[in-house]
Design a protein around this ligand. Structure first.
Ligand code: AMP
Ligand code: MG
Length: 474
């Protein structure tokens, strides 16, 4: 068994003002919750070694994997629209990068690994709740085919973390295509450090967009991936909850699962985050917030787009203004498939919006209504079935013009199970007293979201089980 990982740490070769070299802070008593065996394989890592005592110690930050070059990355960001000139990894450490079995470069990061120079007032720690939530939800996203960071492992620390009350501490091992955020660009742009901005741009192009020839093309690529990502979120009823620019990944991955949630009953104004009092990051506002975030990236890149500032502004603005079209196309593709349409007709958008409007009025269950379209159970979701019937008549007429197999398409598009909030809470509650069975069970069910293996997991919460708020993952 070897704890050596063939790390190749390209981020650590960037200028020193990109990060601070920093080891994780050791914990009292590392304990294993889970190692993701499939992901370990994908990464070419030895599962047995990771679950061994020295492996768990390294995953908790108490020992160093050979070849690691631990560092905390610096970035800035707009949080709920307000500018923070310096954020950075306040409770995370990048151990290093490795090349996976598909040849892709992946970051291995510990989250909850202790204080860093970017911790500000925080303790650098995480409690088991957010660790479990991020593990479950990010792996569920992956199973749904939506770009996301991954969860390689979760371990306990044997320490207590002080939140509203003392809670058991934990560390998540996160895997990502990188951890570069819109806020990373903002950090250097706000310091007018054009040299660093150029180094970052070159780095991101080389790592994520090798076909992009310059900063403008990089921007266009990021915008396109972001637009497509948000369309995917909308398609599964996902609410990120904290779409700050520091949580906006430049390669279009879902990142930083805090007070995120999947909707049960549908309404576009739905918000879960306990700190989002004005609904800035409500379900229905996610596309416009993504545009706002892309505008921040565009602004940061201006000095590299053209020496003539007016020209740079024009080019960057045009790129941002293309977001709505790209998003709309991706959204239509997503929702066409959700109602079984493989072909395109002009009236499709109105048909989809007709369904969503009725769903919102009657607050039907988002997942079960769409899944019900292929199972013949959509109608029963509606407290007023006539509302459904009126729509279904138009839909049937449209389906009659579909050459393919709409049922198969819908079954492959509309999940039967999503990480329902009350199930996630149940897993967190149990984990708080070291019972991880509900966590494992939920992960297993969610690993095949298009199969209904356990009918109970498809059920919306009972009134007393409804989770109204989720708390920021600190
Ligand atoms: P988030 O809202 O989770 O994306 O975090 C925003 C910023 O706060 C990031 O710079 C985090 O590293 C930092 N942060 C969040 N929680 C903690 C904590 N417990 N200790 C130190 N820094 C934290
Ligand atoms: Mg964050």
């Amino acid at each position: 068994m070897s704890l050596s990982i063939p790390f190749d740490n390209s981020y650590g070769r960037l200028p020193e003002r990109f990060y601070t070299r920093q080891d994780p802070v050791p914990v009292a008593e590392p304990g294993l919750i889970a190692v993701n065996q499939k992901l370990a394989q994908e990464l070419g890592l030895d599962f047995q070694a990771l679950t061994s005592e020295p492996g768990v110690a390294a995953l908790a930050g108490n020992a160093r994997f050979d070849g690691a070059d631990p560092l905390a990355q610096v970035y800035a960001g707009h949080q709920f629209g307000g500018w923070s000139p310096r954020l950075g990894d306040g409770r995370a450490i990048l151990l290093g990068e490795l090349i996976d079995n598909k040849g892709l470069r992946r970051d291995i990061q510990l989250k909850g690994s202790g204080r860093t120079p970017y911790s500000r007032g925080g303790d650098g720690r995480a409690w088991v709740g957010p660790v479990i939530r991020e593990y479950i939800v990010s792996e569920a996203m992956h199973a749904l085919g939506i770009p996301t960071t991954r969860a390689l492992a979760a371990v306990t620390t044997g320490e207590t973390v002080m939140r509203e009350r003392p809670l058991p501490g934990a560390v998540l091992t996160r895997v990502a295509s990188s951890h570069i955020r819109v806020g990373t660009f903002q950090y250097f742009a706000s310091q007018r450090d054009t040299e660093a901005l150029r180094a970052l741009t070159d780095y991101v192009i080389a790592r994520h967009y090798p076909d992009a020839g310059n900063a403008l093309e990089l921007l266009e690529n990021v915008i396109a991936l972001q637009a497509r990502l948000i369309a995917r979120w909308m398609g599964v009823g996902f609410i990120h909850g904290v779409m700050n620019t520091d949580n906006s990944h430049v390669a279009g991955e879902t990142i930083d699962y805090g007070p995120c949630a999947f909707m049960d009953d549908f309404h576009p104004d739905k918000v879960f985050s306990s700190i989002d009092q004005f609904g800035r990051y409500a379900y229905g506002r996610q596309p416009e917030i993504a545009v706002w975030n892309m505008a921040q990236l565009a602004t940061s890149l201006l000095p590299l787009i053209d020496e003539d500032i007016d020209k740079a502004v024009k080019l960057a603005t045009d790129a941002v203004h293309r977001f709505p079209d790209i998003y709309r196309e991706a959204w239509l593709k997503e929702f066409r498939a959700k109602i079984g349409l493989a072909t395109e007709e002009d009236g499709d958008a109105a048909l989809i919006e007709g369904l969503l409007g009725r769903m919102a009025t009657l607050r039907v269950d988002f997942t079960n209504t769409f899944r019900g379209l292929s199972e013949g159970t959509a109608r029963q979701q509606f407290s007023d079935p006539a509302a459904y019937d009126g729509w279904a008549e138009e839909w049937q007429a449209r389906l009659a013009r579909e050459p393919g197999d709409p049922i198969a398409l819908m079954r492959a598009t509309n999940p039967a199970v999503i990480p329902r909030n009350h199930r996630v809470e149940e897993a967190i509650q149990a984990a708080t007293s070291e019972d991880y069975a509900p966590f494992f069970k939920l992960n297993a069910v969610l690993s095949k979201p298009f199969e209904l293996s356990e009918a109970d997991y498809a059920k919306p919460p009972q009134p007393e089980e409804v989770v109204h708020q989720t708390f920021c993952g600190t």
